[in-house]
Ligand binder design. Structure first.
Ligand code: SAJ
Length: 445
């Protein structure tokens, strides 16, 4: 282990990173920038060719990533391949592959992780360190990662190779910034391994590097997002209560949050993204498989959190139906415009977008819908004005800045019927109604 530490401190350690995605690519670039020689391995040839030609496969605005990629490729500090045998030369192997949840069983789908481990195994070198960066359910390191690596390599953990879990904390649009500045939980199978991992991440991470064991690291990462998902679900339930008693949830939230240690989150049209929709289910998945009678409530809580947040796009459809009825219009004969298809304001990322839930449900009743999103290529052909011309209803699912700057009088003159459904508290209800709109907002009708 001390040899490895010396190689890391001198930047002579050879790094191989498995999975050139939203996490893997920026991580590979940052270690290359720190002075290491890094090889990125990806199953798909396309991504490998893009990276070797200094072209980032990540769409959307990622400040600094394109420039950094060009720099490290030019300096020959980073290269990409589909060939796992490069792991034979690796002193440190990082694994950053996707870890989705099966929508049917609500348990982890580890196909990509298992495939990476089985490809690494035969090429794993004695004395090397393997670090899993993907978000995984508590217990996965011990119950899945160790057995596959030992069986496929014939090597023994902590005798022949070392293993740790350092979960990534990233947000589209701030990949490099978050990877550098966010605190990291550094989980090692032994304290010595955790210490070497700390030396490794210290080469570019400026946040705290908190040492712990692998299972605690698994719990922390999934909990931090489960917690946020549940906070948002609470806010969404509060919105539904406020609608039923005629209160503006945003005013109620403002007053509640004046109380010390209260932090009611923003209600809205739903919760999407690559983290929150799955991490609550990853967190409780060890309990789902065990028939641990006392644990059923924890599973129920995670499932309810997901059920509440995934109901919100459906609730937006219900608000739309109520408003069209007030306008004397039928859904099937109305031109509806859905504004915002990404999961996050001012982002092009559409993974697990609440708008997809809206569209799936809407399409069962009508096909008369136009989707507009300035950041999503397939939904930005029409300008906002073209999309809204002669519309009967405008449904705002994402608070893109282009929508926040919309002039209500201009909007009114474009539309045939003035139904305005506000999923993200973009507009002032009083002003919208004064301008002649039938306005219904989540938590504010
Ligand atoms: N959302 C709400 N109400 C809120 C906050 C968010 O409805 O009060 C919705 C958003 O519209 C979006 C979804 O939830 O659809 C997720 O939003 P997010 O701000 O959590 O964005 P993410 O998914 O990119 O969150 C990631 C997470 N970070 C990591 O997984 C490392 C999250 O824990 C961070 O708080 C967030 O980035 C961040 O702000 O960095």
């Amino acid at each position: 282990m001390s040899d490895l530490e010396k190689l890391i401190k001198s930047r002579k350690a050879k790094i191989v990173l498995l999975g050139l995605g939203y996490v893997g690519l920026p991580v590979a670039c940052l270690f290359a920038k720190a002075g290491f020689s890094v090889i990125g391995v990806n199953r798909g040839r396309e991504k490998v060719d893009l990276v070797n030609n200094s072209i980032s496969p990540i769409k959307g605005d990622e400040p600094g990533l394109d420039t950094l990629l060009k720099k490290v490729i030019k300096a020959k500090k980073l290269s990409a391949t589909t060939d796992y045998s490069v792991c034979k030369e690796a002193d440190v192997v990082l694994i950053a592959v996707e870890t989705p949840v099966d929508p049917g069983t609500l348990t982890p789908k580890y196909d990509a992780l298992k495939s990476a481990l089985k490809s690494l195994g035969p090429n794993l070198q004695k004395g090397s360190l393997v670090i899993v960066e993907s978000t995984i359910a508590p217990g996965t390191m011990k119950n899945l990662v160790v057995p596959i690596l030992e069986e496929e390599s014939g090597l023994k953990l902590n005798r022949d190779f070392y293993l740790g879990h350092c979960p990534e904390r990233v947000m589209p649009g701030k990949l490099l910034k978050n990877l550098k500045n966010y605190h990291r939980v550094v989980g090692g199978f032994t304290p010595q391994t955790a210490q070497v991992m700390k030396e490794f991440y210290k080469t570019f991470v400026t946040g705290d590097l908190d040492l712990t064991d692998v299972t605690t690291a698994e719990v922390v990462k999934t909990t931090e997002n489960y917690y946020r998902d549940t906070e948002i679900a609470f806010a969404n339930q509060l919105a539904l209560l406020c609608e039923s008693v005629g209160v503006n949830v945003y005013e109620a939230r403002r007053l509640v949050n004046k109380v010390e240690d209260r932090n009611v989150h923003l209600p809205g049209a739903g919760v999407g993204g690559h983290c929150l929709p799955k991490d609550s289910l990853l967190n409780v998945s060890p309990l789902r498989t065990k028939n641990n009678s006392d644990a059923f409530l924890a599973v129920k809580m995670a499932d309810l959190t997901r059920e509440v947040n995934d109901f919100m796009p459906i609730h937006v459809i219900n608000l739309l139906l109520d408003a069209l009825k007030e306008a004397g219009k039928k859904l099937q004969t109305s031109k509806v415009v859905l504004l915002g298809y990404s999961y996050l304001a001012d982002s092009d990322d559409t993974r697990n977008s609440p708008s997809q839930i809206f569209i799936d449900k809407f399409n069962r009743r009508s096909k008369n819908i136009i989707i507009h999103d300035p950041y999503v290529a397939e939904h930005s052909e029409k300008s906002l004005e073209e999309a809204l011309t002669d519309a009967d209803a405008a449904v705002f699912m994402v608070a893109h800045k282009q929508y926040k700057n919309l002039n209500l009088d201009k909007l009114k003159n474009l539309m045939r019927t003035r139904v305005l459904i506000d999923g993200r508290n973009i507009f002032d209800k009083g002003k919208a109604r004064a301008a002649g709109f039938i306005y219904k907002g989540v938590g504010n009708i």
